[in-house]
Design a binder for this molecule. Structure first.
Ligand code: FAD
Length: 317
């Protein structure tokens, strides 16, 4: 079922979460052990992130370094199918431009369609870790808008090398990313919103936000979106802080602010157990206020650990 159908059918705020594929070499049990504790809260769908390739340098016997391309967390499509099969819940595979040609994207979309996966979250993806800026794959897409157009074309039966629309169209419900605190590369929020609006005009059905820790930033973002004529559901993305070092890691990776009250409280903790408790309490407070605001769904970034998300869900769902 489509994400938007879940929203339309719900009579209360839904609980959903995002998982990372396990590291290469680990098995599905690792992942199920992480998902199992969260299933009690009846997520209608689970997002599975996509991780592009990275470059690593291996020392060779002759003293030289060899550049190797590796994907540390492969398996997004297979994991989505395995979750749907095992838990009977819908999945939302993330689909990125980085590292994909248009043909590879088309093949991935055909696989998802045949597997009965009805949703995709369409993203550009970040640059390769060792590179300063995003470089599209030769024959691939430069922006989420371009990838979105390909998915919409397939929903209209148009495949890459067909002159005419086929009658075998896909029917993906399409989510896109939004940034209450602006995407790091956008010159300003207004410019960023222009591209977000373009994504909706091209056919995206809903928005999931980057994590934020100050609800006012989400409320302001929703108001700005509505003023721009963006009327699709805007799902807040939340993450309970779990360690003290996330005070610096999260802002540096995700380009978000951590409010002074929260940062001071985490900083004052003597260990990560206490910091995680502060993180849980903050996320509960944020979630309650967002529920009162009437969001259709609360979406939690679990980042491979379910403990804190479970504690938040226990208090709310
Ligand atoms: P875009 O919408 O393409 O925007 C990128 C930048 O270009 C922005 O500054 C925007 O203002 C501008 N822009 C947009 N369209 C155009 C255009 N047509 N022309 C010129 N400028 C334009 N990354 C992963 O690698 N894997 C994941 O699974 C993943 N999941 C995510 C889930 C969520 C909910 C979020 C919020 C992010 C996720 N990311 C993921 C990170 C995301 O890929 C990065 O933030 C990336 O840098 C931007 O992706 P985007 O889809 O927002 O890009």
């Amino acid at each position: 079922m489509k994400v938007t159908e879940h929203f339309n059918n719900a009579n209360k705020t839904l609980f959903t979460f995002e998982i990372l594929p396990p590291l290469k070499g680990e098995n599905m049990r690792t992942l199920f052990d992480h998902i199992d504790p969260l299933m009690e809260f009846k997520p209608p769908f689970i997002d599975v992130t996509y991780h592009r390739e990275e470059y690593v340098y291996k020392q060779r016997g002759n003293g030289l370094l060899e550049k190797i391309t590796t994907r540390k967390r492969p398996g997004t499509v297979g994991i989505c199918a395995a979750i749907q099969n095992h838990y009977k819940v819908d999945t939302v595979p993330h689909l990125i431009c980085g590292g994909f040609s248009k043909e590879e994207t088309e093949n991935a979309l055909i696989d998802l369609h045949f597997l009965g996966i009805d949703n995709v979250l369409v993203l550009r993806g970040d640059c390769v870790k060792s590179e300063a800026r995003f470089v599209p794959e030769p024959g691939g897409h430069a922006y989420a808008t371009d990838l979105l157009e390909q998915v919409v074309n397939m929903n209209n039966g148009c495949y890459l090398d067909d002159e005419q629309a086929s009658n075998n169209s896909t029917d993906f419900c399409i989510g896109v990313a939004g940034y209450p605190e602006k995407h790091s590369e956008a010159p300003n929020l207004k410019a960023d919103l222009r591209w977000l609006k373009k994504k909706i005009e091209l056919g995206a059905d809903y928005i999931v936000t980057q994590m934020f820790f100050d609800n006012q930033k989400y409320f302001d973002f929703v108001n700005l979106c509505r003023a721009e004529g963006i009327n699709v559901p805007i799902i807040p993305g939340l993450k309970p802080i779990t360690t003290k070092n996330q005070l610096t890691v999260l802002p540096s990776i995700f380009h978000i602010d951590i409010p002074a009250d929260l940062a001071d409280a985490v900083d004052a903790c003597t260990d990560n157990k206490a910091a995680a408790q502060v993180g849980v309490e903050w996320a509960i407070k944020q979630s309650k206020e967002l529920m009162e605001f009437g969001v259709p769904c609360l979406h939690y970034y679990s980042m491979g650990k379910s403990g804190s998300v479970r504690k938040v869900a226990e208090a709310l769902f």
